[in-house]
Ligand binder design. Structure first.
Ligand SMILES: Cc1cc2nc3c(=O)[nH]c(=O)nc-3n(C[C@H](O)[C@H](O)[C@H](O)COP(=O)(O)O)c2cc1C
Length: 213
């Protein structure tokens, strides 16, 4: 059975626009692929800790030299890496915070971007990501508009996530609700557009992967 790893990163548990979009995407995926397994990683509800010095030292220590204390330090990162590697499809709900992503999602990325586990550099010096073309559907919410207009160059939310996830070997698709802060009518229209955009994604068309297998 194929599994979808759903990563939520909004600290808002009730009013979140990205969570609502993610839920609609999950419902669409479940009805398109009955029986697909959904694994949830909720960074808003249960944040992962930031990297600290002992963890960074452990990350840089060869596996055969790790003390039992250092192995324990790496347990969280190891389990997050296993979880992301074993997913067939990633779905990531993400608010824009200060033109980028919330710090909770950044802390998560610091745990899963692991030299030798999720990426390495090939003989020609090029990065090789271990996610092996895994599809990642990135579902964003932002107060303003960044897909066009004067703030386009301020969008470090999609640009950063697209860069780091493709570095790790994922193939990213983006659907967004933007203009959330521009009034209820703009929000409703943006949500309607995002729902229509979801139906056009490779994930829902089964273009890259058939989650029913
Ligand atoms: C701390 C914080 C920073 C934000 N920074 C931006 C920003 O730089 N640009 C923007 O368009 N909206 C910004 N917003 C608005 C959010 O992107 C918007 O409310 C979005 O809906 C949040 O996602 P959520 O509804 O899933 O929590 C910010 C909101 C917060 C709480």
């Amino acid at each position: 059975m194929k599994n979808v790893l759903v990563i939520e990163s909004s600290p808002r548990l009730t009013e979140s626009v990205s969570r609502a979009l993610t839920e609609r995407a999950v419902q669409m995926l479940e009805s398109r692929y009955p029986g697909v397994s959904v694994v949830r990683r909720d960074l808003g509800r249960s944040p992962v800790r930031h990297l600290d010095e002992p963890t960074i030292v452990a990350l840089r220590t060869p596996a055969e030299l790790l003390t039992s204390e250092q192995s324990a330090q790496l347990q969280l990162s190891d389990s997050l890496v296993d979880e992301v590697l074993s997913a067939d499809q990633l779905v990531i709900g993400v608010p824009m915070y200060n033109f980028g992503i919330p710090s909770g999602l950044k802390a998560y990325i610091d745990h899963i971007a692991r030299a030798g586990k999720t990426f390495r550099y090939g003989a020609d010096g090029r990065p090789e990501g271990a996610l092996g073309g895994k599809p990642a559907l990135i579902l964003g919410a932002r107060g303003g508009v960044y897909s066009e207009g004067p703030f386009q160059s301020f969008d470090f939310q999609e640009r950063y996530l697209g860069a780091v996830l493709s570095f790790l070997g994922a193939e990213c698709e983006f659907v967004r609700v933007e203009g959330v802060s521009l009034g209820p009518e703009v929000l409703a229209a943006a949500q309607k557009k995002a729902d229509a955009d979801l139906l056009e994604t490779a994930a829902l068309r089964g273009a890259k992967i058939n989650l029913a297998d």
